[in-house]
Ligand binder design. Structure first.
Ligand code: GAL
Length: 669
């Protein structure tokens, strides 16, 4: 993925809000030059500006901005306007308004408010998209297409229901097959035909888990199908690449599926920096999210949105402290972003986002703290351009799947509201992040090739085919680590028979997980493992190991005291580890994975990485390496580097890096 020779620096720009005062557009251009912006994302939510009445089109603002942007060296990422429908359209074609899950019909308002099945909306959107493509699709200033905005939500209207029934018919072929996979003899929920199926609802069905899971899959498929209509329309006259902005771990859509029709991935990042307890936790979570986004296509991505100073939609909207915006921006680059982009260029004057952070404040001039920090970063990014095209090459992959999260969310059992798949993933990820060892976050159905270590946290949903591939990975010499709840059900959430982990994985791990104990939130169970004492919380599985399974840890409490909680099993040329409990505080995970890193010769990029500092390495095809040193702590940190390092922004050699609080540097080697 290479869109530009420069690091893309820009963000959301809404000149249509200043239609009556075009002198502001000229001031924008002057300020963009000062800030070294080389990109502007234009047109997000501009449907009513482009088509103020049905069939009446007005491209005057976009025309003017393309012209001005080109003159000022600013490239444009042009958004399609489908993220918010015009009022007239809702009025005339009420079918495009969403129906909520409790079957109430929405009235006009807000954004991402459309039915993604509605043929009328698809037609209207395709029409405006084609017109944009025809007019700007080959414009020299056009860099890429931005389809809609943060696709999200569900619609439960009759059109969606019909499409859902067709989706099920295509998937299962016969209604008997659906009944079998959904286990509908339970509570007499048998269906006689596909057309009888009603999507889940709080006033209807929530208990047939095959149904709730397929519904979520359908919502993703239908959203992707809507996106395909848009992609096809913008491609009518244009060969520029296409993306849509994602929201990290948002659980409403399977992003891996949604991102398939797009050329590259981009995402919007709004972390809670500045928490009283410090920023390390936030930094690790965001690092993981960047890795998830990069792994989606195993390619670099764009940081499509971030705030230069603060948000306005959270409960607490704290200002980013000086340096934090730069640090967070470099963190995105460290994990494979090719851009630093903001929401937003200029604060809007009215409505719900008027107090959201922006590069240009209501004050309107450049002598503000935020503008100065942005302009300084713009200047620095120009010096960091040798980074472009370099990327990360992880040997470690962790598995994360949206349908697995959905299945566990709906699962009645365990702690009902505390399945926490993503934070369990984070628990496994943290030791690697602290050691500066990069990870990919992949889907269980994706290729495992090229990885020496695969971690499968709470991989509850695991079909035969995945189980076979996991077995194959270990047999061929890979190391696999899995945790409690592994392979309990197939892809339709039907339990595997014959013992967990199912589908043949008992053989790979050399054990059977016989029972899963759920604890009250405040309870802890002592364990001893790897020569140390640790604590489990929430979940403890009771294991029955095979005779040739190595016991590396045991429970010290409860009726299962003395039984194994950590095992290793040689299988083929590789090894499979099983962690049967939830680590209470991270101490166990740190010790376990550090040991594994040594065993597998997974080395930290620097001999010593102080607490609170993250080190990530990008590498280009020439074998040049770029080391990112990121200090998320509120204390100065020193790192000794050894030979051959230069500071990328100045070219000067460096043997020791001194990072002030929230300081960061990029080095070349
Ligand atoms: C994003 C959205 C932007 C803006 C921003 C505010 O989710 O795409 O349009 O609303 O949040 O933080």
């Amino acid at each position: 993925m290479k869109l530009s020779d420069k690091i893309i620096f820009g963000g959301d720009y809404n000149p249509e809000q200043w239609r009556e005062t075009p002198e502001i557009w000229d001031e924008d251009m002057r300020l963009m030059r000062l800030a070294r912006w080389n990109e502007a994302t234009v047109g997000v939510f501009s449907f009513a500006e482009l088509e103020p009445e049905e069939g009446v089109f007005d491209f005057s603002v976009t025309d003017a901005i393309f012209e001005k942007a080109e003159k000022n060296g600013v490239k444009i990422i042009l958004s399609t306007p489908s993220g918010a429908m015009p009022r007239w359209m809702a009025e005339k074609y009420p079918e495009i308004l969403r129906t909520l899950e409790d079957r109430r019909k929405a009235v006009y308002g807000r954004r991402e408010n459309h039915c993604y099945t509605s043929p009328v909306y698809r037609e209207k959107v395709a029409e405006i998209d084609r017109k944009l493509s025809e007019r700007y699709g080959r414009h020299p200033a056009l860099l890429a297409w931005h389809i809609s905005n943060e696709f999200n939500g569900e619609c439960h209207c009759p059109l969606c229901r019909e499409a859902f029934c067709a989706f099920l018919e295509k998937k299962y072929g016969t209604i008997d097959r659906l009944n079998a996979e959904w286990w509908t003899r339970f509570w007499s929920h048998r269906a006689n035909s596909f057309s009888e199926i009603e999507p889940p609802s709080s006033i209807g069905e929530t208990c047939v888990h095959g149904l709730t899971l397929d519904w979520k899959r359908f919502v993703t498929a239908q959203t992707a199908d809507f996106a395909r209509v848009e992609i096809e329309a913008v491609r009518a006259f244009s060969d520029r690449p296409v993306t849509t902005n994602l929201m990290g771990f948002y659980t409403g859509l399977d992003y891996r599926e949604l991102s398939r029709p797009f050329d590259f991935v981009s995402w919007d990042n709004y972390p809670d920096w500045g928490k009283p307890e410090g920023d390390e936790g936030t930094a690790a979570w965001i690092a993981l999210t960047h890795d998830l986004m990069r792994s989606m296509k195993r390619e670099n991505f764009l940081l499509m949105e971030s705030t230069p100073s603060h948000t306005n939609w959270k409960d607490i909207n704290k200002l980013y402290r000086p340096g934090m915006m730069r640090l967070a921006s470099l963190q995105a680059l460290a994990h494979g972003s090719e851009s630093v982009q903001y929401f937003q260029w200029r604060k809007s004057r009215g409505s719900s986002e008027k107090m959201h952070g922006a590069v240009v404040d209501h004050y309107g001039r450049e002598d503000t703290r935020v503008f100065s920090e942005v302009a300084a970063l713009g200047e620095e990014l120009e010096r960091l351009s040798p980074l472009v095209g370099s990327t990360l090459r992880p040997r470690v992959a962790m598995i994360y799947d949206w349908d697995n999260v959905w299945a566990l969310q709906d699962l009645q059992g365990m702690q009902k509201k505390n399945k926490q798949v993503a934070s369990t993933l984070l628990r496994q990820y943290l030791p690697f992040w602290r050691a500066g060892i990069s990870c990919d976050i992949i889907g269980r159905r994706e290729s495992f090739e090229g990885y020496s270590l695969l971690v499968a946290p709470m991989t509850y949903l695991c079909e035969e085919e995945t189980a076979k591939r996991l077995a194959g990975f270990v047999r061929e010499g890979g190391t696999l680590v899995a945790t409690y709840t592994l392979a309990q059900t197939n892809e339709n959430d039907l339990c595997h028979l014959g013992g967990f982990p199912g589908a043949g994985l008992c053989e790979v791990f050399g054990l059977r997980a016989e029972e899963l104990d759920t604890l009250y939130p405040e309870e802890r169970v002592e364990i001893s493992a790897l020569g140390g004492s640790y604590r489990a919380k929430d979940y403890c599985e009771v294991l029955k190991p095979h005779a040739d399974t190595e016991i590396l840890g045991e429970y010290r409490g409860e009726f299962y005291a003395g039984t194994p909680c950590l095992t290793a099993h040689a299988y083929g040329k590789g090894k499979a580890y099983y962690i049967a409990f939830r680590d209470a505080d991270g101490a166990f995970s740190e010790a376990f994975y550090r040991r594994l890193m040594r065993e597998l010769s997974l080395e930290s990029p620097l001999p010593e990485i102080p607490d609170g500092v993250s080190v990530q390495v990008r590498e280009n095809e020439k074998g040049e390496k770029f080391f990112f040193l990121l200090n998320f702590s509120r204390k100065e940190k020193r790192l000794s580097l050894g030979e051959g390092f230069t500071l990328l922004r100045t070219g000067e050699p460096l043997a020791e890096a001194v990072l002030p609080p929230y300081g960061a540097e990029v080095l070349r080697k």
